[in-house]
Ligand binder design. Sequence first.
Ligand code: FAD
Length: 292
Amino acid sequence: MMNKDLKFYKATKVDEAVKLLADNKLKLLAGGTDFMVDLRNEEDFLNGYDGILDLSHIDEIKKIIENDEHVEIGAMVTHRDIVDSDLIKEYYPALAQSAGAIGSTPIRNRATIGGNICNAAACADTLGPLIAFEGRAVLKSANGTRTMDVSEFVKWPYETGINEDEILVSFILPKPEEGAYSSFQKIGRRQALAITRISLAVKAVIESGVIKEINLVPGSATPVPTTFSKVEAEIKGKQLSEIDPKEIGEKAAEEMIGITGERWSTPYKKPALATLFRRAIKNLQEEVANNG
Ligand SMILES: Cc1cc2nc3c(=O)[nH]c(=O)nc-3n(C[C@H](O)[C@H](O)[C@H](O)COP(=O)(O)OP(=O)(O)OC[C@H]3O[C@@H](n4cnc5c(N)ncnc54)[C@H](O)[C@@H]3O)c2cc1C
C-alpha cells in the first residue's frame, strides 16, 4: 500500500529535477512500465522515500541529437522514438531492432531507454546494443555531471552505479566507423518462462573481408550483460568468410558456462545461445558478401 505522506513532484528542467533530488529522497518515475509493476508487487518499494519525481515533462531529455563525433540519446526517449528514428536505424541498427523487440506497441510508446537501463534487468533489451556500441551514460546531480561506460553502469541485476541524488540524462554513442555492421536477435517472449528470453547484440567493423573490430553482447546469458571477450579474441583479425559459425556458437556456449557455471537453465540456454551466435555470424557473412 502506498504511503499517503509521499509527495508527487513534477519537473520540467533537469536543473530543477536535480535540485529537488538534492533536497529530498525521491523515487524517479519515467514511463512507469517497470515502476508500476514494482509498486504493485513489492510492499516496501517506496519505503524510505519522501516522494516520487516525475521526469516525463522534461523535454530536454526526450531528444536524439547528432553532432560530428557522436549521437546523444536522451534518457526519456521512448522505444517507439528509437524504432521511428532514421538516424538510429542508419547508424545503430541493432539498437533500433532491440527497441522494436520490446513488449507491445503500448509499452514501446511509454517505456523509455533510460528506464530500461536504470531498471537493470539482465534481459533489458537495449542494454546489449548500448554496450556493443560502446555507449556512455551521462549522469547529472546538483554537484555536476559525470559519465560512465554503459558496460560499467549495471553492477548486478536490478543494481546500477547511479547515486540517489543523480538522474541519468542521456547516452552518448560514438558514430559508426566505415564498414560497421550491427544486429540484434532475441529468442522468447516476456510472458513466457524467464528462461525463454535470451538475446544477442553484435557490432562489427569489417575491412576488406577481415574482422577489424567485434563486440558480442548476449542478454540474459549472464547476470549482467557483458562482451564475450574470448569469442571476440577468437574472431578478431580473421577473414570473415573463413569463420565456422557453428564452432563460434559452441565456443560462446562454453564461455557462458565459464562465467555462470552449470545452472538449472543451462540445458536450455546453452543451445539457444549457440544458435544465436551461429546465426549472427552467418548473417554477417551473408550481409558482407552481398555488400561486397
Ligand atoms: C508487459 C511488459 C512487457 C515488457 N517487455 C519488455 C521486453 O520485451 N524487453 C525489455 O527489455 N523490457 C520489457 N519491459 C520492461 C520495460 O518496459 C522497460 O524496462 C522500460 O524500458 C522501462 O522504462 P520506463 O520509462 O517505463 O521506466 P520506469 O518504469 O518509469 O522506471 C524504471 C526504473 O528506472 C528508474 N529510472 C527511470 N528513468 C530514470 C532516469 N532517467 N534516471 C534515473 N533513474 C531512472 C526508475 O526510478 C525505476 O526504478 C516490459 C514491461 C511490461 C510491463
